[in-house]
Design a binder for this molecule. Structure first.
Ligand SMILES: [Fe+2]
Ligand SMILES: [Fe+2]
Length: 313
């Protein structure tokens, strides 16, 4: 009993701290991030550490830059999409706090509000990316149908996936801090400002995930693990579709005819980059692995490891 109330005090303090930081770092899309700027299409959009374009050494520097811009546009689209189900889940889970810890409730409400703002930011960024690109780009995924599929899974698994996403956003920001002047300043600011609010989300996600975990039976937790494996597999299926669309688009607009072998390497390179950006960087990140490790059994860890091996390697 005493241990539980100490835990409650700790958690309410952590929620209160997340609220205080959220208020302090709060930013506005136009005033702080975009600041009247347009994209400079002579610059790369994603850092090489994410786009992995430097591995495609048969492409010219201009072609690599173009491929990084296409990936940047997809990055904006993917985040517009994932933040759709994250906001919905956060608002749903907040109902556990409606008549309870008001610090937790406020933290969740701000979290949901920020994700709705991030969706708007990424829609704006996507339109600005589109302005400098030839026609023919397609984003093949629909945010609402993906969100419906994700939200049909257990809360344990959706919170795990969400925690993973929030944590890889932090890693992506770290990748974007480079002294490379060939990268877009506006894109660097997108990573910076997104990271500022996501840092609180990652903390809240972990608390919510652990809180829900504590209420479940062993069987329910095991179902959560199965759902998480399914979700990551479904994310990978979506990435395969979008990688194919983006590679085809690049091959069409790059301005020369690539050999069959080079075209195949573009396809593999884009899929590898997307898996790295949206799955592997998060799962391999130390913090996610630590959190997950405290919530699963050894057989469950082995099950996750073997199910995801084809994606991770
Ligand atoms: Fe976000
Ligand atoms: Fe977030």
């Amino acid at each position: 009993m005493q241990a539980q109330s100490v835990q409650h005090v700790n958690n309410t303090d952590r929620y209160a701290k997340a609220v205080a930081v959220s208020k302090r770092v709060r930013w506005d899309i136009d005033r702080d991030v975009i600041r009247g700027r347009a994209f400079d299409f002579t610059k790369k959009f994603l850092p090489d550490g994410l786009s992995q374009i430097d591995r495609l050494d048969f492409l010219t520097a201009d072609e690599q830059r173009q491929l990084s811009q296409i990936q940047g546009r997809t990055y904006a689209n993917i985040f517009g999409l994932v933040e759709r189900f994250i906001a919905a889940k956060v608002l749903e889970v907040s109902s556990d706090h409606w008549l309870g810890d008001q610090n937790a409730l406020e933290a969740m409400v701000r979290f949901g509000d920020e994700e709705i703002k991030h969706q708007e930011l990424f829609r704006r960024i996507e339109r600005m990316c589109a302005e400098g690109m030839p026609a023919g780009y397609t984003f093949v995924l629909d945010p609402n149908s993906v969100a419906t599929a994700v939200l049909s899974k257990s809360t344990w698994a959706v919170l795990a996936l969400t925690c993973h996403i929030e944590l890889f956003v932090l890693l992506h920001y770290r990748e974007s801090i480079d002294t490379d002047t060939s990268s877009s300043e506006l894109w660097k600011d997108v990573f910076l400002y997104h990271w500022r609010e996501e840092s609180q989300h990652a903390i809240i996600d972990e608390m919510e995930w652990r809180r829900v975990h504590a209420t479940l039976t062993a069987d329910q937790r095991d179902q959560g693990v199965s759902d998480l494996i399914d979700l990551v597999g479904e994310v990978d299926g979506l990435l395969q579709m979008q990688a194919r669309a983006d590679a085809d688009y690049f091959i069409k607009v790059c301005g020369r005819t690539l050999s069959q072998n080079d075209a195949m390497r573009v396809h593999e390179g884009v899929l590898g980059a997307y898996r790295w950006q949206y799955i592997v960087s998060g799962l391999k990140g130390p913090r996610f692995a630590d959190i997950l490790g405290t919530m699963i059994t050894e057989p469950q860890a082995a099950r996750i490891g073997s199910a995801l091996a084809p994606i991770m390697n």
